[in-house]
Design a protein around this ligand. Structure first.
Ligand SMILES: Cc1ncc(COP(=O)(O)O)c(C=O)c1O
Length: 373
């Protein structure tokens, strides 16, 4: 290792996902079901609002906490959703930026952070950069948020519970009762509860629920990346108890500085853009992919986000690892992600159905033939 490299960078690596993308780079016209972003483009009114911001000179730093019109619009939404709660809100540099600040603001070296396995790739990396210790709760095979399992993992060192519903990589959503149980558990033990709600708009059966409804100290992190296809714009937001928000902002001031100002003006407009049609398309894609594969693959039916996380089928004698399975899929021109990127086990794989119907059809054909071969 190069002598200049800091120890904190060695606690995690990103070679697994790089390997998949290296293999994929060799493919001509692959069926790409690996991408974690919507297949629609940023709606025009949002683009126009950002262009207008640029041409009218709104190009400087914004206040650290974000532009007031965006905070005001979010405040209104938050007050409606959580009446009577005292929540402060600020704009972060994407949801990832909000997650990073949450860890930096709350995690001391040695603090334990509980989250479900499988998990979003960034969670262990971010918290280990702060010296935190990941406590992964095995949630196979149904990926439910089980408060009893979480309670059993609590120790005097537990500092935070991190929940993500709808979840990446499974698409599974927690029920209000499950969220309430975890919210109350965090309250009872005085543990920070962080809720990553980046997929809150992608909810297919029933309504979205947040643990913040049941625990007013919950730190909620959300953003515009997925909902409005603005992944490159870097606009997220965080709301929660004011002292925690102030501390996160202090770190933002000396790190990210602010979310890009023109993108924030785009986000103001985004708050008025209805997404019903896109969500309806994604519901149809979810139904198509689930119904086309569930006779051959064990799948927990996703109710949100745009992922499914099937198990690698067993051929009786020996089961392939997900990494081996994905290599076979890539040989046939299909790009998917092996489960060990998101998990300590390598038994499942992630399909993103944020793709055209044509790509999904081709992907299903390859997956069906792989299961039958
Ligand atoms: C669960 C989860 N949280 C956060 C993010 C990061 O979102 P952003 O682009 O807003 O940083 C992602 C992106 O894939 C995600 O899947």
């Amino acid at each position: 290792m190069h002598p200049w490299i800091a120890d904190r960078t060695t606690t995690f690596d990103s070679s697994g996902i790089r390997k998949v993308f290296d293999l994929a780079a060799k493919l001509k016209d692959p069926v790409n079901l690996s991408i974690g972003q919507p297949d629609f483009d940023v709606p025009d009114p949002i683009k126009n609002a950002a262009i207008e911001a640029i041409t009218s000179g709104k190009n400087a730093y914004s206040p650290t906490q974000g532009i007031e019109p965006l905070r005001q619009a979010l405040r209104q939404q938050i007050e409606q959703t959580y009446p009577g709660q005292d929540r402060d809100v600020f704009i972060s540099s994407g949801t990832s930026g909000g997650l990073m600040l949450a860890m930096m603001a709350m995690i001391n070296p040695g603090d334990e952070v509980i989250f479900l396995d499988p998990y979003f790739v960034m969670y262990p990396a971010l918290l280990q950069m702060c010296g935190g210790v990941p406590i992964r709760i095995n949630s196979y095979p149904d990926f439910r948020l089980d408060a009893a399992k979480i309670e059993a993992a609590i120790t005097p060192k537990t500092k935070m519970i991190l929940v993500n519903s709808p979840a990446n990589p499974t698409g599974v959503t927690a029920t209000p009762a499950e969220l309430e149980a975890v919210a109350k558990l965090a309250k009872k033990h005085n543990i920070a509860l962080v809720s990553d709600e980046i997929y809150s708009q992608f909810f297919y059966d029933g309504d979205f629920a947040s643990p913040a409804t049941y625990n007013d100290q919950t730190i909620v992190i959300d953003g515009f990346s997925k909902s409005h296809a603005m992944t490159g714009w870097r606009v997220g937001y965080v709301h929660g108890p004011s002292e925690i928000m102030r501390t996160m902002l202090k770190i933002q001031q000396y790190s990210f500085v602010c979310s890009p100002q023109p993108a924030q003006w785009g986000a103001v407009r985004a708050m008025e853009v209805r997404l019903d049609e896109h969500i309806e398309h994604y519901r149809q894609k979810r139904d198509f992919i689930y119904e086309s594969l569930c006779d051959l693959y064990e799948i927990a039916k996703p109710n949100g986000a745009f992922y499914v996380f099937p198990k690698v089928p067993s051929d009786g004698a020996q089961t392939m690892t997900a990494t081996q399975f994905v290599e076979k899929a890539i040989e046939r021109g299909l790009l998917i992600i092996p489960g060990n990127i998101f998990s300590r086990q390598d038994t499942h794989f992630r399909i993103s159905f944020a793709a055209s119907d044509e790509q999904l059809k081709r992907g299903v054909e390859i997956l069906r033939s792989l299961a039958l071969s």
